[in-house]
Design a protein around this ligand. Structure first.
Ligand code: DSN
Length: 438
């Protein structure tokens, strides 16, 4: 399956640089023939993919529409205004900055806009499902600010086990009086109650920020409650469930915050915006505004539930007891206490199933080993997989991990057989966007 635009791109690059073209071809074939379960990845459409390969890449446009540091920016202004307007329509807010190169850059700008160095903020620690830029000591957020972390419920007999403990969030905030309270996570499968966070932020006098990088597509489609009007500032990536190009986005309703964010991002954090990516963001937001995007997001959630239930039927445990969104954390130790996330990631890749090892709450294993894997359904749903395919995938996962536990010979046999079955299924559900030229 090829898109004519992919053929043209491949031919062009092959003519001028066969070495690079060969690598491109191998990566396209890898994506085409494997099942992508990394929760933060997706298959962008051909329009979104190829929008990044336009002459917009040639242009410097430091500044913002109407106030640039370079001449020749008339069409940069047009496309940035279009992207901003579509982002605001999609998320139901008044202001958008579409220039962040990534989610981490968006978070950096938000922190600079809302805090002074040394200020305290409250967040969920990475090990419980947060993010590197939510206060890890090795990241700017932990180097220049003072993170305090609120815990998850951690009590196996409690119905809210491994979910946000809103009473504990309140206690941490009342004790530390953070300047900013941060919600939104990278490995959390439950709905976030933004209204409860707002009440806590108001009680302790904090700014409320949400990083909706993972759930942005669901939020845009109304399949997860919106952070607006509760949050003061919202950051996201554009390439995960939102299915756009790789990049970041900041959203808000307050004009003063908007001005601060604009200044914080440029000149505070970034130089020239990636206008070819801004162009592609506009195209992606246009796609997300279409009615079929809502149907897509409904299917993402249905598939996540189907996959989680099927894994439970094979003896795995889903952290927090299930999923409300696109992602799930699978506790492998429930299936076999010797199973690690690192082994599972490697064994499944050999079988054509791509995922990432991930710590589970209070994981006794270190981050490069882990007791869990994180699975998500945005990419497989884009391909057109449904609940039946999710059941097949869960079965394959169990067969491969079971074989891996028996040793290398069993794993090799099983992985080879599964990889062929996976490739056959993938052929029936071609990857949209930049598809392989085979
Ligand atoms: N690396 C992303 C993820 O996989 O969730 C977050 O930045």
């Amino acid at each position: 399956m090829t898109h004519p635009a992919d053929d043209a791109v491949y031919d062009l690059i092959h003519e001028t640089d066969p070495d690079a073209a060969a690598i491109l071809e191998r990566e396209k074939q890898r994506q085409e023939s494997t099942i992508e379960l990394i929760a933060s990845e997706n298959h962008a459409s051909a329009a979104v993919t190829h929008a990044m390969g336009t002459c917009f890449t040639n242009k410097y446009a430091e500044g913002y529409p109407g106030r640039r540091y370079y001449g020749g920016c008339a069409h940069m202004d047009e496309i940035e205004e279009l992207a901003r307007a579509r982002a605001c329509e999609l998320f139901g807010c008044k202001f958008a900055n579409v220039q962040p190169h990534s989610g981490a850059q968006a978070n950096t700008a938000a922190f600079i806009a809302m805090m002074s160095p040394g200020d305290t903020f409250a967040s969920l620690v990475l090990a419980d499902g947060g993010h590197l830029s939510h206060g890890m000591k090795i990241n700017f957020s932990g180097m220049f600010y003072n993170p305090v972390h609120y815990p998850l419920h951690y009590d196996k007999s409690h119905p809210e086990h491994e979910r946000i403990d809103y009473d504990a969030v309140r206690e941490v905030c009342l004790e530390h009086k953070p300047r900013l309270l941060l919600t939104g996570y990278s490995a959390y499968s439950r709905q976030i109650d933004f209204e409860k966070f707002r009440a806590i932020a108001d009680e302790c006098g904090a700014v409320l920020m949400a990083d909706i990088a993972h759930i942005a597509g669901l939020v845009a489609a109304g399949e997860h409650p919106s952070p607006f009007p509760h949050c003061d500032i919202v950051t996201t990536t554009t390439h995960k469930s939102l299915r756009g190009p790789r990049g970041g986005l900041v959203l808000m309703n307050d004009e003063e915050i908007y001005k601060k964010v604009n200044k914080a991002l440029f000149p505070g954090v970034q130089g020239g915006p990636l206008m070819h990516v801004v162009f592609s963001k506009a195209v992606a937001f246009g796609e997300a505004l279409r009615p079929d995007f809502k149907v897509y997001q409904q299917r993402v959630r249905e598939n996540a539930v189907a996959l989680a239930e099927a894994l439970v039927s094979h003896g795995y445990r889903i952290c927090s007891g299930g999923t409300d969104n696109h992602v799930m954390l699978v506790d492998l130790s429930a299936r076999d206490e010797n199973l690690t996330g690192a082994d599972a990631e490697k064994w499944l890749e050999a079988a054509g199933i791509i995922c990432n090892k991930n710590g589970i709450p209070q994981d006794p294993r270190p981050p490069m080993k882990t007791s869990g894997i994180r699975l998500g359904t945005p990419a497989t749903t884009t391909r057109g997989f449904g609940p039946e395919e999710m059941k097949r995938i869960a079965g394959w996962i169990d067969e491969v991990l079971g074989a891996g536990l028996q040793g290398d010979a069993a794993l090799n046999d099983r992985a080879t057989a599964t990889r062929a079955e996976v490739a056959t299924l993938c052929e029936q559900f071609p990857m949209p966007g930049a598809t392989a030229r085979v």
